[in-house]
Design a protein around this ligand. Structure first.
Ligand SMILES: [Zn+2]
Length: 333
């Protein structure tokens, strides 16, 4: 039996219960010295493929069912802006091949990814045609390189998200589409959250939801609203940062980007998010910037998974050599 035949697709998995996404690649790879803060472009797929493959593998070991290829911002304009002109095709191809190879090692699914291009202008037909072309090219390359679903994400413009969904659904593969709002939970065109969700479903998205910018606390109510508005499976992929009540965007924190450690959510907090999301009926439970493999592992455990199996690094409270008794801390009753 080939790996393909053995793998169950996204929609089959969602029918059985919550599916766990991976965490945030760009900020974690920036912390590790492979990505430039600010542009957050994905040339690491060409320059240090081993670093990208390693992080995919860590997320998969931690329990992620879906690995998102690092094709975030993999467009000519974005890559040219950081000194890598003419590499977009190569980055799209390499990033997917890396994600798919790792996914096949452990039965996870490799997702192609389309993101906001920063080239979309509302009510401008020429920009829409240009962005459509970008997405169609990315989809063509990513499908040829072996993606098993598409994730259209980090869209502030509903119009741009719809162009991505149109390109992705043409493949017949499952399509997840998530919105990413600024301060107010409305698209850049002024479309309310629930209406964005309905429009994405009408355009053919199989799963709708939200990703990035907001933390768990600011995102979950919006995800629940999308679920109620559409009846389709909903995704929630918040950042793993602690945001003030009146400041829902992590990019506007004074700690961004080099003091985010001060507002890092703990693995226990992300695990609580996973449980809250499941209890709220969210089907694709993921995370984004700031969420590292150790967060995903606790999210998996909180959902009743045993991601480590034989390779167990669970705390052993009973082992007298473990030090828990000695230090008198950490023991859970
Ligand atoms: Zn993010």
């Amino acid at each position: 039996m080939t790996a393909d035949a053995a793998k169950r697709g996204l929609m089959e998995r969602l029918a059985d219960g919550p599916v766990l996404g991976d965490g945030g690649y760009l900020l974690e790879l920036e912390r590790r010295g492979y990505v430039q803060a600010g542009p957050y472009t994905p040339e690491v797929a060409l320059r240090h493929p081993e670093a990208l493959a390693g992080l995919h593998r860590e997320f998969m070991f931690a329990g992620a069912d879906v690995l998102e290829a690092l094709t975030f911002y993999a467009t000519d304009a974005k890559l040219a802006s950081v000194g890598f002109p003419g590499t977009a095709d190569e980055v799209n191809r390499a990033a997917v091949e890396i994600a798919r190879a790792v996914a096949d090692e452990g039965g996870a699914l490799a997702a192609g990814v389309l993101t906001g291009t920063w080239e979309y202008v509302v009510d401008d037909k020429a920009s829409a045609a240009h962005v459509r072309e970008i997405f169609e090219r990315q989809v063509e390359l990513q499908q040829a390189a072996g993606v098993e679903l598409f994730v259209c994400e980090t869209f502030g413009f509903l119009g741009e998200a719809l162009l991505a969904v149109a390109a992705a659904t043409a493949t017949g593969l499952p399509v997840v589409a998530t919105m990413c709002y600024g301060r107010e939970p409305i698209s850049e065109e002024g479309v309310a959250n629930a209406d964005c969700a309905r429009r994405l479903v009408d355009a053919g998205a199989d799963v709708v939801g939200l990703n990035c910018v907001r933390g768990p606390h600011h995102m979950l109510p919006l995800a629940r609203e999308m679920a109620e508005a559409t009846g389709v499976p909903v995704a929630a992929q918040p950042v793993a940062y602690r945001l003030p009540e009146d400041q829902p965007e992590f990019g506007s924190l004074k700690e961004f980007p080099f003091e985010l450690e001060h507002v890092q959510l703990t693995r226990a907090e992300m695990a609580q998010f996973a449980v809250d999301a499941r209890d709220a009926g969210i089907s694709l439970i993921g995370s984004c910037c700031g969420s590292a493999p150790y967060h995903v592992r606790e999210m998996a455990r909180s959902l009743g998974r045993d991601p480590d199996g034989e390779r167990t690094w669970k705390p052993d409270y009973e082992n007298p050599m473990s030090g828990f008794e000695y230090y008198g801390a950490g023991r859970k009753s």
